[in-house]
Design a protein around this ligand. Structure first.
Ligand code: NAD
Length: 241
């Protein structure tokens, strides 16, 4: 399905990023996985069947640009980029600290933007490519105690919608996935009561797995999705927030 494709996944050391790197590699792509920590990135790459694991902090625009250019140069092209790196910290409105605003927006919004910009530059030469960014059901509907995260993920969804409009004529598709509650380290702080409440509001009657999201991303970056761009695809079991 993805034979001969060169793919890059940010924040790939665990959770949805790791599952995505594995899914793309299993589908035949040559995958470069990145993480903040080089050792963890190399270990994760080996575990996922990725070609290499590199250190990258997505908040560093110059580092993102240099790494993406380097990957495209080494492999002669770049077909697929998944801007997955992200953080989530809950805080009620009255408890939101400036530092939380800064770290969330610089990682989720600026980090995604840097990745999409660098990907677009690398893909522009061949006039083909597929980019997926990680939005969230929370960014589409809002969530009490998650105002900063929700705002950041609404921005991510609109990065996909806007970039898709700008890059379509260059043969580059940009889509977002908006997962519901997926069982990863990011959501490991949820109490059993909170999990049960979410499952109760989910028609499919369970929480999501990283593979649920990875499989949808694999579809979106494949040629099977060749006429799909600018979409925000919910992967949430029908969860109603
Ligand atoms: P996770 O915490 O397990 O993994 C996130 C990854 O991003 C980690 O590898 C982390 O090291 C990396 N990362 C964080 N900041 C980074 C930075 N500055 N530079 C590079 N890497 C960085 O989380 P996950 O659940 O796998 O989430 C992956 C993405 O999916 C995130 O963008 C998250 O917001 C989004 N998402 C997750 C859920 C969920 O329920 N788990 C729901 C909706 C959206």
């Amino acid at each position: 399905m993805l034979d001969g494709k060169i793919a890059l996944v940010t924040g790939g050391t665990r959770g949805i990023g790791l599952a995505t790197a594995r899914a793309l590699a299993e589908a035949g792509a040559t995958v470069v996985l990145t993480g903040r920590d080089e050792t963890k990135a190399k270990e994760a790459a080996a575990a996922a069947g990725a070609a290499s694991g590199l250190a990258l902090d997505v908040t560093d625009a110059k580092a993102v640009s240099t790494l993406v250019r380097g990957v495209a140069k080494e492999h002669g092209k770049l077909d697929i980029v998944v801007a997955n790196a992200g953080i989530m910290e809950d805080a009620l409105l009255g408890m939101i600290r400036e530092e939380l605003v800064d770290t969330t927006l610089s990682t989720n919004v600026a980090g995604t933007l840097h990745t999409v910009q660098a990907a677009a530059r690398a893909m522009m030469r061949k006039k083909t490519g597929a980019i997926v960014v990680l939005a969230s059901i929370v960014g589409e509907h809002g969530s009490a105690g998650q105002t900063v995260y929700a705002a950041s993920k609404a921005a991510v969804a609109n990065i996909a919608r806007s970039a898709a409009k700008e890059l379509g004529r260059s043969g580059i598709r940009v889509n977002a996935v908006a997962p519901g509650v997926i069982e990863t380290d990011l959501t490991s702080g949820l109490t059993e009561d909170a999990k049960a409440e979410n499952i109760g509001k989910t028609p499919l009657g369970r929480l999501g797995t990283p593979e649920d999201v990875a499989n949808a991303i694999r579809f979106l970056v494949s040629d099977d999705a060749s006429f799909i761009t600018g979409q925000v695809l919910g992967i949430d079991g029908g969860l109603v927030l």
